[in-house]
Design a binder for this molecule. Structure first.
Ligand SMILES: [Fe+2]
Ligand SMILES: [Fe+2]
Length: 365
């Protein structure tokens, strides 16, 4: 059939003959005639170009060559990607593209968006507690970038939306790492002893994850969920506008990371109900850690917890008051965790006795 498009293609080929060009690539292409339009409010987003076949992420993929989704195959392409994630449900969620765009639009600079000049000399116990907490958070944020980064190069390019979200998360966590490090070095203190978090407890189990959802339930839901609550309450531990701003901006980023985990868990639950029991097991494990953090004195009595109690109380002399406030934050961590799990589609565990009843008692205590 002759169409205006074919006619112009023929004209180009004749031109190629005249000039002895190959131009065979003109025949090999993905879906043509695509005309994406920017969203009136948000501009040309990833969602704007999820149209036609380009918007269709396959349920499974054998794309091992780095071929962009929707591009024509090249039979002689090397299998450059040893992609382990080739099943959509393993990593997918409905709004990864939107979360990625939000991340791009809400990037901030720890160098210039924090009013560093508002930090003034503090009593020694407060400054030391702040530096201990900063040391802890610097390491926590390193882990939060280091571990999801392992899934970037192992995810097929056919699932580029969640993969690009992970890249944005890695950028966010790098900024969190640097902002807490900067705070530790900004007021006459420095870093203190590294906490024992990467070889034990929740963080240790995140590091041992071999599968994406296993990692995501531990990192995005349990780990970052707890950090998000902490950042939201950060104003209570702040002694100047700089610290308040750090917590506020970091919380904004963390809420995106947690939303990614919740939405992925929901998607997996809906598309792979056979994996629900496995997910419940990850949650059993995470809740044991949450419970220990609320009930076991050994888990509460850590350098970072003591530092937070000093900051919350207003000094070592008001430690008991600070510890009381810290327990209130821990209760809020539990409440927000339960809300997230309900939102992810696993709320029945709180109604059918699967979750430890002590967790729910903490919520309402
Ligand atoms: Fe973070
Ligand atoms: Fe995070």
């Amino acid at each position: 059939m002759t169409t205006p498009q074919n006619e112009s293609l023929q004209a180009i080929k004749e031109y190629a003959d005249d000039y002895d060009l190959d131009l065979s690539w003109l025949d090999t292409r993905g879906e043509w005639g695509i005309k994406a339009a920017p969203d009136p409010k948000r501009g040309m987003t990833l969602s704007s170009i999820e149209i036609g076949s380009y918007g269709e992420a396959p349920d499974t993929t054998d794309n091992m060559t780095g071929r962009p989704r929707g591009a024509a195959q090249r039979p002689d392409a090397y299998r450059i990607g040893g992609y382990g994630v080739r099943t959509k449900s393993e990593i997918w969620l409905d709004n990864a593209a939107a979360l990625y765009e939000e991340s791009l639009q809400r990037q901030w600079s720890s160098a210039t968006d924090i009013p560093w000049h508002t930090i003034k000399p503090l009593p020694d116990d407060i400054e030391r507690a702040q530096c201990q907490l900063d040391t802890f958070l610097t390491e926590v944020e390193f882990v939060a970038a280091d571990i999801p980064a392992r899934w970037v190069a192992t995810t097929s390019p056919d699932y580029f939306e969640p993969r690009m979200f992970l890249l944005s998360q890695i950028m966010d966590e790098s900024r969190h790492l640097d902002v807490f490090r900067k705070r530790a070095l900004a007021n006459g203190g420095g870093l203190m002893q590294r906490p024992d978090i990467t070889t034990s407890g929740v963080v240790g189990s995140i590091d041992l994850s071999r599968e994406f959802t296993e990692m995501s339930s531990r990192l995005h839901i349990s780990g970052e969920g707890a950090v998000l609550t902490l950042f939201r309450m950060g104003e209570l531990m702040s002694y100047n506008e700089a610290e308040k701003r750090i917590y506020r901006l970091a919380a904004q980023d963390e809420s995106r990371h947690v939303a990614f985990g919740v939405m992925h868990m929901r998607y997996l639950s809906e598309t792979e109900p056979d994996r629900r029991e496995e997910i419940h097991c990850y949650l059993d494990e995470g809740e044991r850690g949450l419970l220990a953090g609320n009930q076991n004195p050994a888990a509460i009595d850590t350098p970072s917890s003591e530092a937070m109690a000093i900051l919350l109380g207003g000094g070592i002399n008001q430690y008991d008051e600070g510890a009381r406030k810290l327990m209130a934050i821990r209760r809020r961590q539990v409440r927000e965790y339960v809300q997230r799990i309900r939102s992810a589609g696993f709320g029945e565990r709180f109604d059918n006795g699967r979750a430890d009843p002590r967790l729910l008692q903490i919520m309402w205590s």
